[in-house]
Design a binder for this molecule. Structure first.
Ligand code: 5CA
Length: 443
């Protein structure tokens, strides 16, 4: 992509309304714009990040056996009356009435809808287990939307729902999702800690939140420091997930509401007690929805069994912001390779100079031809502004082409994360970049 033709409205000044670094940098780097309180448009650069995050979430859900589908954002109120949550949910639910005076709502979550779809289609224990998920916009009319995408009103969520015939099956579904989550966050360069949690309005008796430690986090979490050192490699779906799950969950962890110093086996100074950003949560809630909605299957003996369920959420849009909270410096964002909007930023230091244009164009074509995503800064601007913009948007590699280097037969390759710079021949720079890890495919 040529920057002269792209839409990248960067800001020089810090926007006054942004209190946390991710919000500030997403506005400044031209990734998002607010359109109403807690509601954002994703500009082209931000949208590429969102889609990469989505692609990793999707790949890991698929790998651990969940099946993708898509449910609508608008839901009928009647279903929520069946579960009893229409009144319970309170003011956070956006209620809508159509022209026929029928009550609808903009979905804050989808337990009722998926249970309805399930009960109309699956009748036998032989068709279980099933885990169905979608990646869809949600709306929660938060009293205080804040921190940009961290606590929005409209936000993108991956939500999965598992159906099993018995408790043992439900536990296996839950453990598979725990592994999928740890693997998902690790692929995004994030260290996410599973924290034992209360279940809140989703209900149930087994739940973990996944937190990224950051001072700007909205929750206080307490954990055994060993949980910060989990293996980056989580077991695959065919491996021994039970031993892994037990090794993780025997370590103490608790969200603030659940933390009880009297019951904690570690003393305060042995614990990590920090602010955390909740990027995902998993729940086992048994028959909480299947019983009132009558989602039953016929068991092996011909008896009617309400299915055992769990639900598993990831705040996809929140994750995009959490990555910035975890990875930035004073100059801007530092994207991990896997989720970067473009893998390489190519800077032409003297646009309009025939030789420099020719060399930069050659590199742009060669890298694009090798399947890399390049943002080519071909604008007629001063080098200082170009460097500042490239640091701000935080692409992992910067390839700098200027007349002085070219006269000596070199270009400069900079790694954004470390600041390391190398003068290389064009051929070596191209070879390095084609071999380097790339962002996940946008599909
Ligand atoms: N039905 C369950 C799981 S599918 C559920 O709704 N869980 S949740 O309430 O914990 O939400 C899942 C994830 O969505 C959270 O972990 C969080 O990362 C994200 N999320 C929740 N509220 C917001 C919000 N207002 N803005 C951005 N992300 C949010």
């Amino acid at each position: 992509m040529r920057l002269s033709r792209y839409f990248l409205p960067t800001l020089k000044e810090n926007p006054a309304e942004a209190q946390v670094v991710s919000h500030r940098l997403m506005l400044r780097a031209g990734m998002i714009r607010q359109t109403a309180a807690g509601i954002y448009a994703w500009l082209p650069l931000g949208y590429r990040v969102l889609r990469r995050v989505e692609a990793i979430v999707r790949a890991e859900q698929d790998r651990y056996g969940a099946i993708e589908m898509l449910m609508p954002t608008l839901q009928s109120a009647d279903l929520w009356r069946e579960s009893g949550r229409y009144d319970d949910y309170g003011k956070e639910m956006l209620r809508i009435r159509d022209r026929h005076e029928r009550d609808l709502l903009y979905g804050p979550t989808n337990e009722e809808m998926i249970t309805d779809i399930f009960r109309n289609s699956i009748k036998s224990y032989r068709d279980l287990p099933k885990n169905l998920y979608h990646i869809q916009w949600k709306f929660r009319d938060e009293v205080r939307p804040r921190f940009g995408l961290m606590r929005g009103r409209e936000f993108l969520m991956k939500d999965a729902y598992s159906f099993d015939v018995d408790y043992a099956g439900a536990v296996r579904s839950y453990r598979l999702m725990m592994c999928a989550y740890l693997s998902t966050f690790a692929r995004m360069g994030l260290k996410a800690i599973p924290i034992a949690a209360d279940t809140g309005p989703i209900g149930g008796d087994l739940s973990h939140e996944f937190h990224i430690l950051a001072d700007t986090g909205e929750s206080q979490v307490h954990a055994d420091p060993a949980l910060l050192e989990l293996e980056a490699e989580t077991p695959g779906p065919e491996d021994d997930i039970d031993s892994f799950y037990e090794a993780v969950t025997r370590r103490y962890s608790a969200a603030d509401e659940k933390h009880d110093p009297a019951k904690c086996p570690l003393t305060a100074d042995q614990l990590v007690s920090r602010r955390g950003i909740e990027v995902g949560q998993i729940f086992y809630f048994g028959t909480k929805y299947s019983k009132p909605l009558n989602a039953v299957v016929t068991g092996p003996g011909g008896d009617s069994i309400p299915v055992e369920m769990g639900s598993y959420g990831i705040g996809v849009s929140r994750v995009a912001a959490a990555i910035i909270e975890a990875s930035h410096d004073d100059a801007g964002v530092i994207w991990p390779d896997s989720v970067a909007p473009f893998g390489v930023g190519l800077i032409n230091l003297k646009a309009g100079d025939a030789k420099t244009d020719e060399a930069a164009e050659h590199i742009y074509q060669a890298l694009s031809g090798a399947g890399l995503d390049i943002l080519y800064d071909d604008r007629d601007e001063r080098p200082g502004g170009k460097f500042a913009d490239m640091d701000l948007i935080g692409l992992p590699w910067h390839l700098i082409v200027g007349p002085r280097g070219l006269a000596a037969g070199t270009v400069e390759l900079k790694r954004r994360a470390t600041g390391e710079r190398n003068e290389l021949s064009v051929e070596s720079a191209l070879a390095r970049l084609t071999e380097a890890p790339r962002p996940v495919s946008l599909g």
